[in-house]
Design a protein around this ligand. Sequence first.
Ligand code: HEM
Length: 148
Amino acid sequence: MGEATESSVKRENQDAKDEDTVKYYTREEVQNHNMSNDTWLIIHDKVYDITRFMEEHPGGEEVLLEQAGADATESFEDVGHSTDAREMLQQYYIGELHMDDRNKVSKKEVYITTSKDSRSWSSWLIPGLAAVLVGFMYRYYMLEHRSS
Ligand code: HEM
């Protein structure tokens, strides 16, 4: 019984130690690593040092360089990477994105969504008005045609 207690205590200490060693990076810090011989990426609020991986990437070195030092979540998801690719990511994990910098992204996303909404609204208005105008012109033409 005493033994079991001892091992569970040990496990608890180990967990606490792991939490202490998590590193937090700001966007600014990650941005400094945007070179081909020193490449970091942010994907889903996690920071990866992919310097060793650049040449191995099946999608090529160039696409990774384009995203170097920045948030590649969107492009990573757009490609529809396999589960294998997601597991590979773990090897390059170096830490988490700083909490203060996570909020900035969600604010930016909200802004993008709103601007998209207003764009779709205005893209409806012009063809709509054009259709009404064509309708009136047709009616006018038919009336004139009949009277002559
Ligand atoms: C460190 C992060 C990344 C890892 C571990 C990774 C891994 C992989 C792997 C294993 C493949 C082969 C297909 C698959 O299994 O899904 C792949 C393909 C591909 N990746 Fe990535 N990738 C990463 C980041 C990115 C990023 C940020 C982009 C885009 C900017 C990207 C673009 C592509 C493209 C376009 C392909 C398709 C290649 C083809 O179909 O010929 N990858 N990646």
